[in-house]
Design a protein around this ligand. Structure first.
Ligand code: PTJ
Length: 254
């Protein structure tokens, strides 16, 4: 679809089109379109920008990656459609492999997502080679299917854009989970060690920039100070304050 450049929501519409294209190409599931709609609502509530508590979480994510021995970036259909280049750059800069991990897993989707990442510049994508696939013991969904070179042995896993059963299972296995989720109330957001409440299209490249600036000593300090519960509370305060201002404006306009 051609988006008129002067449309007031041209940027948001362009992002939507990426998902629609991924859907037409067969690697974004219909549920992914619903997830995008849910994300858009929360993005609207935070003001469609990276807010200060998200910046703090982004710094902590970069610190966790800096100190990790085997960090891994998990990729699903939505993230492959929304920001493949940013994911590839984060992977290259941090040395963390990209692994396709899907809730609605089919081999066809796994291959298409791996191909999308390769087209964006990735030279190695995990999660597609049957010889290396194993199951996480404590998870019944398809997300349990992981690569023995990737999520299976990872100490830090970046989990962008999902809500469900996996974060708690990864934590039970002793892994540190960094989530990106626009919904601060989701199970994933509440269970993760570090939750970035921001849009993947804005924040993945910000993690990369922070990582480049971070040295291990500073990383240790950042993680010592970090409190995810406090960060989530600040996100909710931000939304409350924004709604108050919008309510005042609306009342003034009547
Ligand atoms: O590709 P698959 O098979 O692994 O399936 C992926 C989806 C996204 C369909 C699956 O993980 C799913 O159903 O997720 P949920 O339960 O809809 O959760 C998605 C979460 O991501 C929700 O909390 C949304 O608010 C949030 N979200 C949606 N879009 C974005 C987002 N968070 C960050 N950036 C976004 N662009």
């Amino acid at each position: 679809m051609k988006i008129p450049p002067d449309h007031p929501r041209a940027e948001a519409l362009k992002i939507r089109e990426r998902l629609v294209r991924g859907f037409e190409d067969g690697y974004v599931v219909p549920q992914g379109l619903i997830a995008q709609g849910r994300g858009e609502v929360f993005d609207y509530l935070i003001g469609e920008k990276t807010i200060p508590p998200a910046r703090e979480a982004i710094k902590a994510a970069a610190a966790a990656f800096k100190l990790a021995e085997h960090p891994v970036i998990s990729v699903n259909g939505n993230t492959a459609a929304l920001c493949p280049e940013d994911l590839v750059e984060l992977s290259e800069v941090t040395g963390a492999p990209l692994e396709v991990n899907l809730f609605h897993r089919t081999e066809d989707r796994v291959e298409k997502i791996a191909e999308t990442l390769r087209e964006a510049g990735a030279d190695r994508v995990l999660g597609a080679d049957p010889e290396h696939l194993v199951r996480l013991p404590n998870l019944s969904s398809h997300r349990a299917v992981v690569d023995d070179r990737g999520i299976y042995r990872a100490d830090v896993v970046l989990v962008p854009l999902e809500d469900g059963d996996r974060t708690r299972a990864l934590k039970e296995l002793g892994k540190t989970v960094v989530a990106i989720d626009l919904n601060p109330l989701s199970r994933t957001a509440r269970d993760a060690d570090i939750t970035i409440v921001d849009n993947v299209v804005r924040c993945v490249r910000k993690i990369t920039r922070e990582y480049e600036r971070m040295d291990p000593d500073r990383a240790k300090g950042v993680l010592r100070e970090y409190d995810n519960g406090r960060v989530l509370a600040r996100v909710l305060d931000h939304i409350r304050e924004r709604l108050r201002v919008l309510a005042d404006e609306a009342a003034g306009a009547t």
